[in-house]
Design a protein around this ligand. Sequence first.
Ligand code: A1LUD
Ligand code: HCS
Ligand code: ZN
Length: 326
Amino acid sequence: MGLEKKCALLEDLIEKCGGCAVVDGGFATQLEIHGAAINDPLWSAVSLIKSPELIKRVHMEYLEAGADIVVTSSYQATIPGFISRGLSIEESESLLQKSVELAVEARDKFWDKVSKVSGHSYNRALVAASIGSYGAYLADGSEYSGNYGEDVSLDKLKDFHRRRLQVLVEAGPDLLAFETIPNKLEAQACVELLEEENVQIPAWICFTSVDGEKAPSGESFEECLEPLNKSNNIYAVGINCAPPQFIENLIRKFSKLTKKAIVVYPNSGEVWDGKAKKWLPSQCFGDDEFEMFATKWRDLGAKLIGGCCRTTPSTIKAISRDLKRR
Ligand SMILES: C[S+](C)CC[C@H](N)C(=O)O
Ligand SMILES: N[C@@H](CCS)C(=O)O
Ligand SMILES: [Zn+2]
């Protein structure tokens, strides 16, 4: 299936949802709720090695909550990351492939079950392969600073992303989700790579923001979106894992800067301490607040809305209930 047909699948889904599809919530958060130990350089991707069944369970929980799109467990899964754990290249690539398979299996199993129930309100979900930023791989919280150092060039970022992208694409997801991109250079690397590799799967690129105005690097979103707006591979652009109170302003800003669909899936408002590897308490938003926010974000034009870290299936249930109240 070519790029146009895959884009049409996503467009159909958004239409079936009444104009705004629901993305799932914090994947790592739900793993932890089930007791997974992810204080690890591979973070949530450590579960691909240790507990693949749990990954499937978490996908199922988000599907049951009403997610129309599930994001795979590959955010911090990288070939060099797995190799530094003693795995071979072949084993590393097969874990990346597995991340897509687990989500596809969960989606198919769930859809097989609910599609037989008359009057159900679910849609057949799509699977988005997560591609975390270079900063996520560094595991030092630099996805929130954008500070990759002087020696990180466009080519280095493309080299970092290339093989993982090829393997994930080969595994056949419906979408690609570039997550927590903190600067223009990496956004540009991702776009150029999609083109160079002739990828036929629509992608979204989401940035983080720590001030609600700019990318973490200090670059304006006008600059950051410039290479994305020109690309046919990019279906949507937006923000993930930033605090929810920033989102309204950022949707307004993005609507002036792009014709692409807008995707937002903020975290709960807590702040990641990259050194201590834990979430610090901060102004934190619960499910009821997310439900109210979701209506507002939809009315402002967002086409894909969900939650990121520290949100759970109950958050997604609240968002889904709200957005699908027709
Ligand atoms: C989205 S952050 C909470 C993921 C974890 C981070 N890359 C780290 O390893 O510290
Ligand atoms: N999708 C990621 C989080 C991105 S910040 C995960 O939970 O593994
Ligand atoms: Zn997150």
